[in-house]
Design a protein around this ligand. Structure first.
Ligand code: SAM
Ligand code: SF4
Length: 474
């Protein structure tokens, strides 16, 4: 076993996950209908729920009450956020890894994994390919390896922003990488990152230890749990949490996520920007038999419960899920999805449509192109958005503002969604997608009352259609 150097924690770092307390909450008596309805009403009244209250939503087994929870989430999504869906794509930079997470195709003991790290030139080519499809927001994904230190990650971020092809540009780069120390976060922040994501995988201690062998970097539960607290202390206040569903009881993981969100909110005055809840997928050397996999019905409860419990946090659902699940989940909770994703290293220029498990971390459930997903979204009255305005204007915590500031969505989010959609339709869409998209833009414009701002929006849409002007955000 290698000896690892001691790792710095945040000031007063605490392990806020009490397994026995969570389990007791989940064993509690079933709530009655009045209790569930009060909790749904509280959430619709724009208040976050506590861990104890969230547990009440999770303990009911009454199918009618479960339906009410999902309906409550649907209402919250519709009334508060409207029909926008933010789109992004993952870019896998390198799959070398010193860890041995039992579920991951990149783990160091995986004999079949083909190890590769994109060179600067290869990154440029991948980014150009993504820009050619119309992407504006990326998340860069890294294994954990000494080579992928903060300077390396910061260089990758800068290279992505520098790469421009035609009218294409990447306007926001998020990161999913190993936890850093304070200095590391400062270096990466200076490169202009958006959200820094770290998933705890499982909040249940014993399960965590089972999947992340001791003596590996990731084997230290508290160091990982504390990872985003250090980010906050270092000035990265835009962070994303997540759990990998299928390792332990899904109800427990939901409580862990809520406890984590509330912990960040209490300690730093700002909660996570996003929550991710990937379900375990087949990976090289991983058979999903015997895993406590989460059924579709339970997974919908995960999403609806999260939506109600933290109403002002973005929810991300990735292409690990099949198109049907993604379609449904957008209606009652999810606010961001990836599209046209390839997760094999170099996959945007090299791999074609086939999936190859030896080259990727796990297999995908939705391999449709960005254009197909865009066509479906606009056809179903969603406004796909590539908006990055808040981040670039320093309006951080935008999801919170959308939720808390009256009129914010009308003034900023919807107009920015429509202008970025128009850029996509004019510059990248297939003729069919453009046709359906233009119809949606008109329908959305018809919903907006006459005002100076509406005139300005109509004018900007015209300029995008008729001129080279781009990036006209409010
Ligand atoms: N290596 C870094 C880490 O572990 O934090 C960041 C990148 S890791 C490649 C991104 C995430 O992929 C992990 O946090 C984990 O939740 C998820 N993942 C790993 N194996 C998976 C699988 N078989 N199915 C679904 N998601 C998986
Ligand atoms: Fe490495 Fe991350 Fe995979 Fe674990 S999940 S083996 S840390 S890439």
């Amino acid at each position: 076993m290698t000896t690892l150097a001691p790792m710095m924690l945040s000031e007063g770092a605490t392990d806020f996950v009490d397994d026995a307390a969570f389990e007791a909450l989940l064993r509690d008596r079933e709530p009655d209908a009045a209790e569930i309805r009060d909790l749904i009403a509280k959430s619709l009244g724009k208040e976050a729920l506590s861990v104890e209250e969230t547990a009440r939503l999770l303990t009911t087994s009454d199918p009618e009450l479960v339906d009410e929870i999902i309906e409550g989430a649907r209402r919250l999504k519709r009334e508060v956020y409207g029909n926008r869906i933010v789109l992004f794509a993952p870019l896998y930079i390198g799959n070398k890894c010193v860890n041995d997470c039992r579920y991951c195709g990149f783990r160091r003991s995986s004999p079949d994994a083909i190890r590769r790290t994109l060179s600067p030139e290869e990154i440029r080519r991948q980014v150009e390919a993504l820009e050619d499809k119309g992407h504006k927001r990326l998340i860069l994904v890294f294994g954990e390896h000494p080579q992928y230190n903060a300077d390396f990650i910061a260089d990758c971020v800068r290279r992505v922003y520098e790469t421009r092809k035609g009218r294409g540009e990447i306007r926001r780069v998020n990161i999913n990488a190993a936890p850093m120390d304070h200095e590391g976060y400062r270096i990466i922040k200076a490169a202009g990152i958006g959200t820094y994501q770290i998933f705890q995988e499982t909040y249940h201690h014993e399960t965590y230890d089972r999947y992340h062998p001791a003596g590996t970097r990731k084997g230290d539960y508290l160091h990982r749990l504390d990872g985003l607290s250090r980010a906050m202390e270092a000035g990265c206040d835009d962070v994303g949490i997540g759990a990998l569903f299928g390792l332990h009881d899904w109800r427990f993981e939901v409580l862990g996520l809520i406890a984590h969100a509330l912990h960040l909110q209490d300690r730093y005055g700002v909660g996570p920007h996003t929550i991710s809840f990937p379900r375990l997928r087949p990976a090289v050397g991983l058979s999903c038999d015997g895993q406590p996999l989460v059924s579709d019905a339970d997974f919908k409860r995960v999403i609806a419960t999260l939506r109600l419990a933290v109403p002002y946090t973005g929810l991300i659902l990735t292409a690990r899920e099949k198109p049907e699940m993604r379609r449904e989940a957008m209606a009652f909770g999810v606010s961001q999805i990836d599209a046209g994703s390839r997760i094999e290293i170099g996959g945007y220029t090299e791999a074609g449509d086939a999936q190859c498990l030896e080259r990727e971390q796990f297999s995908l459930g939705d391999v449709r192109s960005l254009d197909e997903v865009m066509r479906e979204l606009v056809g179903n009255d969603h406004i796909p958005s590539f908006c990055t305005a808040c981040y670039r204007l320093g309006r951080t915590g935008e999801h919170f503002m959308e939720f808390a500031i009256p009129g914010f969505i009308k003034r900023f989010c919807t107009p920015n969604a429509l202008t970025t959609l128009m850029e996509y339709l004019v510059d990248y869409a297939s003729p069919e997608t453009r046709e359906v998209g233009e119809r949606l833009v008109q329908t959305e414009l018809d919903k907006i009352e006459q005002s100076r701002q509406k005139q300005e929006l109509v004018d900007r849409l015209r300029r995008i259609r008729e001129t080279e002007e781009r990036d006209l955000y409010f």
